[in-house]
Ligand binder design. Structure first.
Ligand code: SF4
Length: 239
């Protein structure tokens, strides 16, 4: 069988925000989306990054075994589903070692054509952290360059597969922070059977310096993080 390599952007040894407990986080290289608020534009380019085999990444994660034994490993990005076979192999190796596995994804690459492939991945995945960027399709297109159809279908697919979901939603003033959209999002989330948590992530502009370095225009220049009461409001609606 041909050996699969993953294109990796970077590792984080002690992640505490991408899933339960202390986690080893693998950032995969490559993403088709162009979310206006993305704070990792350096992960966008597909096909670059450093090549690792799944065994090498699993060995890297296991160096931190004593720290992650009550947390686990999260594969993030970029968009990890672009390299689904690699992630499946990696998660398989980690499951053999009793490590909790989480996939942090936008779900944008989902289609009927790759459902079988994703089903295999989900069979070795304990938790999906799914970013729903915008519940309104037109607004989603404006925010990311893509329709949200695949994202919502993927959410349903994960739910039907019985895999736990944490839904994440970035709150941006004037873009996603609108009660009408938040209620619509809540209505959609209520149709999913395996949601264990809904996280509201307040927008921050900390990625802006990366855009300057990469010479990419930052469309949200000057955008402020949402006010505390708006964050509380979104949490209340969505939970
Ligand atoms: S899906 Fe994630 S990595 Fe890709 S552009 Fe959006 S925020 Fe950035």
């Amino acid at each position: 069988m041909e050996k699969i390599y993953g294109n990796i952007h970077s590792f984080e040894s002690f992640g505490t925000v991408d899933g339960p407990g202390i986690r080893f986080v693998v950032f995969m290289q490559g993403c088709p989306m162009r979310c206006r608020y993305c704070h990792n534009p350096d992960t966008w380019q597909i096909g670059s990054g450093k090549k690792y085999s799944a065994r090498e990444v699993a060995a890297e994660a296991m160096k931190y075994k004593s720290y992650i034994k009550n947390g686990g490993v999260t594969v993030s990005g970029g968009e990890p589903l672009l390299q689904a076979e690699f992630v499946t192999e990696l998660f398989g190796l980690l499951k053999e070692k009793g490590i909790h596995t989480a996939l942090d994804t936008s779900g944008i690459t989902f289609s009927e054509a790759n459902a079988e492939k994703y089903k295999k991945l989900l069979s070795v995945c304990d938790l999906v952290l799914l970013d729903i960027k915008h519940i309104d399709d037109e607004k989603h297109k404006k925010l990311t360059g893509f329709s949200n159809e695949a994202v919502l279908k993927f959410a349903q697919f994960v739910s039907d597969s019985g895999v736990d979901l944490w839904i994440r939603h970035v709150l941006v003033s004037g873009i996603t922070d609108d009660d009408e959209y938040l209620f619509r999002l809540k209505k959609f989330i209520s149709t999913l059977k395996t949601v264990k948590k809904v996280e509201v992530l307040p927008y921050h502009g900390m990625g802006e310096v990366k855009y300057e370095k990469l010479n990419i225009p930052y469309v949200l220049k000057g955008m402020q993080p949402p006010e505390k009461d708006r964050i509380e409001n979104a949490k209340k609606i969505l939970n």
